[in-house]
Design a protein around this ligand. Structure first.
Ligand code: ATP
Ligand code: MG
Length: 195
């Protein structure tokens, strides 16, 4: 199996507080790896560090290797360009833009790279989340919690990621929707996406 992501001895601190103390992780193609821990354990911090999206108060040490390349010094946009994608804990949708426009923005990097069919995932996402298609013209800021989550995952899929990182994918969702989202994640796994 090919190794997509490797994290070695990751340390992250916010000023004097060390939030991640020597974490190690390996993710292979087509695998789902889950990080569990109590509130404040450093799970979100670890994901943000892998994505290169720590707040300015944060600093990290250790090695993050993606597809065999050390990511040190590579900014978040460079990581997205290489096929990494994070659905952040706070979802970070563009609230005053429509559902459809939020999805289009997920493919922005592919458009910039000159891909003519950069919107090819739109119907795939609408197929996975029919609710988003029904609400395509509605402002993202007016969606329900579960719908926001669907949109955040859908927007990530627009980038056709090879490594999809989901921070708390079941947070605040009804059990049936959780089942549905996990089903979708498992289907993605079968297409080779590492999660
Ligand atoms: N920007 C920041 N500045 C200072 N401390 C921070 C910052 N972000 C997180 N922390 C601290 O780092 C620790 C790890 O936080 P993190 O959000 O990574 O935890 P988590 O495992 O994701 O928790 P949860 O399950 O509640 O989401 C916490 O003690 C938190 O207060
Ligand atoms: Mg968290």
């Amino acid at each position: 199996m090919s190794l997509i992501l490797e994290v070695k001895d990751l340390h992250v601190r916010y000023g004097k507080v060390e939030a991640v103390h020597g974490a190690n992780l390996k993710v292979e193609a087509g695998k789902i790896v889950t990080v569990i821990g109590p509130n404040g354990a450093g799970k979100s911090t670890m994901l943000n560090a892998i994505m290169g999206a720590l707040p300015v108060s944060g600093s990290s040490a250790g090695a993050v290797t993606y597809l065999g390349h050390d990511l040190a010094g590579i900014p978040v946009e460079g990581r997205v360009a290489r096929g990494m994608c994070l659905v952040p804990e706070k979802r970070e949708l563009f609230g005053s833009m429509s559902v459809a426009d939020n999805l289009v923005l997920g493919a922005y990097r592919r458009k910039r790279a000159g891909e003519k069919n950069f919107l090819d995932q739109m119907e795939v996402v609408y197929g996975l989340f029919p609710r988003l298609k029904e609400r395509a013209k509605q402002d993202a800021g007016t969606l329900s919690g579960g719908e926001r989550q669907m949109l955040a995952v859908g927007r990530a899929l627009m980038a056709k990621p090879q490594l999809l990182m989901l921070d708390e994918p079941s947070l605040g969702l009804a059990p049936l929707i959780v089942k549905e989202i996990f089903h979708i994640i498992n289907d993605l796994r079968k297409t080779g996406v590492a999660t």
